[in-house]
Design a protein around this ligand. Structure first.
Ligand code: SF4
Length: 405
């Protein structure tokens, strides 16, 4: 039985947030129906070919049958974007039904939809719940209305709380709230208020990301002009440390550099697939996959994506696909595992790559341990593992570059 983790990209937003450089587009509402059909075609092609002995991810065959394959089951499904909650629920359901024609959904399949507070109503939430979506991820970012305006978000702080309460009312019991810290003009005190408000809502999961500013975004241009202050690294570090302290006191367990859950069972299973360097397939414009020995992506432009699928052509960027070589796999396995608090199981490296981490990267671990960035520990099964220290989490990129080929 192959267990699949599927990512579905919905590349539409109502407006463009000032810091956003994701593959998303505004004013394409008229494409929602055709886009959904194209997405279903891409899914059909891949899933119907998947158990064929000749399966080749870079050349999906035409869809072969529409009967369920008992050897495929969906472990996790993630609608990301963009703003998936903008699509009418009936279209999201169509995508789920298409997948269900080819693979089994276990009762415990984690099915997440990224949702923006400004796009939800009680009725829409009820429909999402009824079709089997069992996890929502809200892009709250901050509860501070001035900062939300700087970010160009659709909602205000009160609107985010209202959307959260509506989701609870219709029965969602696995909710994530996303926040960003280090925003222009955000003080440590303002960050504390957002964090305290977040934990008082008791979401099952919290993701806290440090702001990264891309040059080509509206915020990047404002910073370059000097009309917004640049992020301050020391303040960002203080904000991260404050989050560690507050969330720990509030009973949240950190399981990844930027992610916390009320208990282990609420850790995001879909994202754990990425961090454990396990295979996944992404559908939709710009979506990435790591599957059947290749890393590859779908072309980015949604209109071209639709046209090519309507014409029966491939949408994979074949020339940019990379075979997953042992070197690439090793680097990814080490760096991704170190993001997790469970860390890297050292025996896994010997098992999968035939040599110890010390043999593969002589002196690197010892040096990072001496610098106080990594620590070795034993897990409950007495396996030796390696993880970032708190200081290492603050300087994670300094650690990760030492494991590049
Ligand atoms: S809602 Fe998300 S994906 Fe859409 S523009 Fe804003 S940050 Fe980007």
């Amino acid at each position: 039985m192959s267990r699949l983790s599927l990512y579905l990209h919905i590349p539409f937003c109502k407006t463009r947030c000032s810091y956003c450089d994701f593959n998303t587009y505004t004013n394409l509402d008229q494409l929602y129906g055709r886009y959904t059909n194209a997405l279903c075609t891409e899914i059909e092609r891949t899933l119907s070919a998947l158990t064929s002995e000749n399966y080749q991810p870079l050349k999906p065959l035409p869809a072969r049958s529409d009967s369920i394959n008992p050897r495929l089951s969906v472990a996790t499904l993630f609608f990301g974007g963009g703003t998936p909650s903008l699509l009418p629920p009936v279209l999201l359901e169509k995508v789920m039904q298409t997948i269900a024609r080819y693979a089994l959904f276990a009762p415990k399949t984690e099915i997440t939809v990224e949702a923006n507070p400004g796009t939800l109503s009680l009725e829409k939430l009820r429909l999402l719940r009824d079709m089997g979506i069992n996890r929502l991820s809200f892009g709250v970012q901050t509860f501070d209305d001035d900062l939300l305006r700087t970010l160009g978000r659709l909602h205000n702080g009160a609107g985010a709380i209202e959307a959260y309460n509506l989701a609870r009312r219709v029965g969602f019991d696995n909710l994530n709230l996303d926040f960003i810290y280090g925003l222009p003009n955000q003080s440590l005190a303002a960050w504390r208020i957002s964090l305290e408000r977040a934990v008082s809502l008791r979401p099952e999961h919290l993701s806290l990301y440090a702001l990264t500013v891309e040059e080509q975004t509206a915020m990047g241009r404002a910073l370059a002009r000097g009309s917004l202050p640049s992020p301050n690294d020391d303040l960002m570090a203080d904000m991260y440390l404050l989050a560690l302290e507050l969330l720990d006191k509030a009973g949240y367990v950190q399981y990844e550099i930027s992610n916390w859950a009320l208990s282990e069972k609420f850790a995001c299973r879909h994202n754990l697939v990425y961090w454990r360097n396990e295979p996944y397939i992404g559908f939709g414009p710009g979506a990435h996959s790591s599957f059947a020995g290749y890393r590859y992506a779908v072309l980015k432009d949604p209109q071209q994506y639709i046209r090519r699928l309507e014409e029966g052509k491939s949408v994979i960027e074949v020339e940019e696909a990379e075979p997953i070589t042992p070197e690439l796999k090793l680097t990814d396995t080490v760096i991704l595992a170190l993001r997790l608090n469970e860390g890297l199981e050292l025996a896994r490296i010997e098992r999968e790559f035939g040599l110890s981490l010390e043999q593969l990267f002589p002196g690197v671990v010892e040096n990072l341990v001496r610098l106080g960035l990594l620590e070795e520990f034993r897990d409950e099964a007495h396996e030796s593992r390696l993880r970032l220290t708190v200081r290492g989490r603050l300087l994670s990129n300094e650690v990760f570059i030492r494991f590049l080929p």
